[in-house]
Design a protein around this ligand. Structure first.
Ligand code: PLP
Length: 407
């Protein structure tokens, strides 16, 4: 018999959202007439831009013609899209052959872990998008589960006390550091100085940063960096992942990209860009050509305007939720909420309560689904995350119910 992958025997990965769904199902089974509203997961709700959808539709139809048909494309992605991403998001900061098109940021994060294997030290923001931990567990890099995190992972608390920017001195030399900005779930968006501190630390300590910029399109504060490559030295120590999922509503269409600089090297001097190219050509066979046609349309003048409008819509939802959480009922209970206006999440602390307790209370009393903060890491305990992805009428109704909640 073949032994089970050691990673899987340690796995609590994928616990958070299935458990949220299980509790929701259990509640609905007991209360079949409840009108549940989800402010839980970060799934987009608004229809695609017509302009972007038409580009995909036209491309799909052209595939049914002899002139328009194409099969496998380059594994690294359509060169027009790569060049467009370079010029729109990284002018003067990255070149076309440093940009690799993918089927999404989550998939890239998982594949990136194959570059580093099971012996790599891992450090990450706590709380953080669960895939960084879960992917490290699967690959065997996380060590034993202590019940309050994994032994082999260095958790870097990001809390209101440190303004959501971690103390880096605990990070071991030669670590892979996962860093997400704007952050899921806290919404915290690093300043240029903070990113410079992170980059300087990584260079001095032989670390590589996996910078998750999946929410960069939500940044509205012009002074905040939208890519880590705005910071000096970042090309020597960082990989950036990004996605069309949230700004273009491509959560189902699937399209993302990674930037792997040519200056980035392993300890033996080998090029990370070259190895990433091999990972993509070996473990991946290119993003859907229809999705890539949508990506190209998303980056022309009309597409950029449409994406901005979608992001603005979700940011307005976020503002409504934040306003509700500042109501008297929450204030009296000492609830403090954080919404930066640069990301789609509202992060709220309920002092003296456990995250799952708050989740159950809000589900019971308001029929609103949230996400318990403890699922994002030990420092998320006592918090819940409210997602601003929702139809306006649902968000307004959820806010009305929340404003009547007795805490
Ligand atoms: N990175 C972060 C921080 C996310 O929150 C998400 C999705 O919620 C992703 C990546 C996944 O992006 P994609 O849909 O491109 O796989």
């Amino acid at each position: 018999m073949i032994k089970r992958n050691i990673g899987f025997s340690n796995l609590t990965a994928g616990y958070l959202f299935p458990e949220v769904a299980r509790r929701r199902r259990e509640y609905v089974a007991l209360h079949p007439n409840a009108k549940i509203i989800s402010l839980g997961i970060g799934n987009t709700t608004e229809p695609l831009s017509k302009h972007i959808a038409a580009a995909m539709s036209n491309y799909a139809l052209s595939l049914a013609t002899p002139e328009g048909y194409s099969g496998y494309g380059d594994e690294q992605g359509n060169s027009v899209l790569r060049a467009k991403i370079a010029s729109v998001f990284y002018p003067g900061l990255a070149e076309e052959d440093e940009i690799f098109i993918s089927d999404g940021a989550k998939c890239d994060i998982a594949r990136i872990q194959t570059l580093f294997g099971s012996k790599v030290n891992v450090a990450l923001q706590d709380p953080a998008y669960p895939v960084y931990v879960d992917g490290s567990v699967v690959i065997g890099a996380a060590g034993k589960n202590t019940g309050n995190g994994y032994k082999g992972i260095t958790y870097l608390p990001c809390t209101p006390e440190n303004d959501f920017f971690p103390e880096l001195s605990k990070v071991k030399k030669n670590s892979l550091i996962y860093f997400c900005s704007p952050n899921n779930p806290t919404g915290a968006t690093a300043t240029k100085n903070q990113l410079q501190t992170l980059v300087d630390f990584a260079i001095s300590n032989g670390c590589i940063i996996i910078y998750d910029a999946a929410y960069s399109a939500f940044i509205r504060d012009e002074s905040l960096p939208k890519t880590i490559f705005e910071v000096q030295g970042a090309k020597k120590c960082a990989i950036e992942v990004n996605s069309f999922s949230k700004p273009a509503g491509f959560t189902g269409v699937r399209l993302g990209w990674s930037v792997v600089p040519k200056e980035l090297k392993f300890a033996d001097g080998a090029s990370v860009n070259r190895d990433w190219n091999r990972v993509m050509t070996t473990l991946f066979n290119g993003a859907s050509n229809i999705a890539q046609a949508g990506g190209i349309a998303a980056l022309d003048e009309q597409g950029l305007l449409d994406m901005k409008a979608q992001v603005d819509f979700y940011l307005e939802n976020g503002r409504l939720i934040k306003e509700t959480l500042e109501g008297e009922n929450f204030k009296k209970a000492g609830v403090v909420s954080y919404f930066t206006g640069n990301g789609p999440y509202v992060w709220a602390k309920f002092p003296g309560k456990k995250s799952w307790e708050i989740f159950d209370l809000i589900l019971d009393e308001c029929n609103v689904v949230t996400t318990p903060g403890s699922g994002f890491g030990p420092s998320g305990e006592s918090f819940v995350r409210f997602s601003s992805f929702g139809h306006r009428s649902d968000v307004q109704e959820a806010c009305k119910r929340l404003s009547e909640l007795q805490l």
